[in-house]
Design a protein around this ligand. Structure first.
Ligand code: MG
Length: 348
């Protein structure tokens, strides 16, 4: 029998109700996942703290992952909720080192949603799936009452196949690895926020939303010793590195001068009081691999349009305290903490 008498692991005195920050990708979301969901669902797959689970079948290894999308507005410069849902799930499979095969799509629609809006999102889902060479093989549709659903929410799950023997996950990261970032940071979060805040900048900031499976496959084909891959979604580069460093029990030092951020994105971040290191991307990832392979990996990355500005931004060392530091352009070391509180709600 289920024991409903267990105490809720999130101190009720601190947060008697869910806040937007519980979905923001920072410390509160981390607490919720670690203390409530991990505690309740505990198993070796979840213990790996990866973008998806990799499991053995009779004939090989498969990866599985799932994601929900509640972005507001549904359409934004550089993308929409449909393409975002496909890219997000395809990218999580790619970060497991898998070649994406099939997706499922569940739609939660609000009564009154214009049929034309639904059609545009459906076309976007289909087009993105075609571009990613995955098929949408199962789905579900639910409709909720007017006023109770904010238009449209999506959930996508995906399955992919691993065609190599590497163990790509946070715990495989070791001292001596370098950290490569695949391109400029912060565009997705700022593109959505600029629309929402009604901000006008000189040039329109477009989301970086893009599939990363092809470039990851190219890295894998070269037999590089990849230790970990992670897409830089909610919480941005800073949160991803903190999570990986904590799991691998290592330290990461970033070189601020090498972290690519476009001037217009930097400006928008300043207006909104945000740090680009924490802003979400939907087409960017980090690669951890031994230093001797950095140049070959960068060459492969840069040969793909989506990673043309790939760079080496940091290295891994033995000292796990603090997990992530930034060598600033002023030449001082600053701790890059896990984000506490909320930075950008409803951006994916
Ligand atoms: Mg991810």
């Amino acid at each position: 029998m289920t024991d409903f008498g267990l105490a809720c692991p999130i101190p009720l005195s601190d947060y008697p109700t869910v806040t937007l920050a519980h979905g923001g990708g920072g410390r509160l979301m981390n607490h919720l996942i670690e203390r409530m969901f991990m505690a309740a669902f505990r198993n070796p797959h979840l213990d790996r703290r990866h973008d998806g689970a990799v499991f053995e079948t009779g004939g090989g290894r498969l990866a599985i992952t799932t994601d929900s999308y509640v972005v507001r507005p549904l359409f934004f410069p550089g993308g929409d909720i449909g393409s975002l849902a496909v890219h997000g799930t395809v990218n999580d499979l790619a970060m497991c080192g898998a070649r994406p095969l099939h997706l499922t799509v569940a739609l939660i629609l609000e009564e009154g949603l214009p049929m034309d809006t639904l059609w545009r999102v459906t076309q976007s889902l289909a087009e993105a799936a075609r571009a990613c060479e995955v098929s949408i093989v199962a789905g579900d549709t639910k409709v909720v009452d007017r006023g109770k659903g904010d238009g449209l929410y999506l959930n996508t799950s995906g399955i992919g196949i691993l065609e190599h023997a590497l163990d790509i996950r946070p715990a495989s990261v070791r001292p001596g690895d370098v950290v490569l970032v695949s391109g400029d940071l912060g565009r997705h979060g700022m593109a959505v926020m600029a629309v929402r805040a009604g901000l006008e900048f000189e040039s329109e900031i477009e989301s970086d939303s893009a599939p990363l499976s092809r470039v990851v496959q190219a890295l894998l084909r070269r037999n590089l010793e990849i230790h970990c891959l992670r897409d830089l979604t909610r919480g941005g580069l800073a949160s991803a590195l903190n999570e990986i460093a904590a799991t691998a029990r290592v330290g990461v030092t970033l070189d601020e001068a090498e972290v690519p951020v476009r001037e217009d994105v930097r400006g928008a971040c300043e207006v909104l009081g945000l740090d680009p290191l924490y802003v979400a991307n939907e087409g960017r990832f980090v690669v951890f691999l031994p230093e001797r392979e950095a140049e070959v990996a960068l060459e492969i990355l840069r040969a793909h349009e989506v990673c043309r500005e790939a760079r080496r931004v940091g290295f891994v060392h033995e000292d796990p305290q603090p997990p992530v530091t930034l060598l600033t352009t002023m030449g001082v070391h600053r701790v890059v903490d896990m984000l506490s509180g909320e930075q950008l709600p409803r951006i994916c």
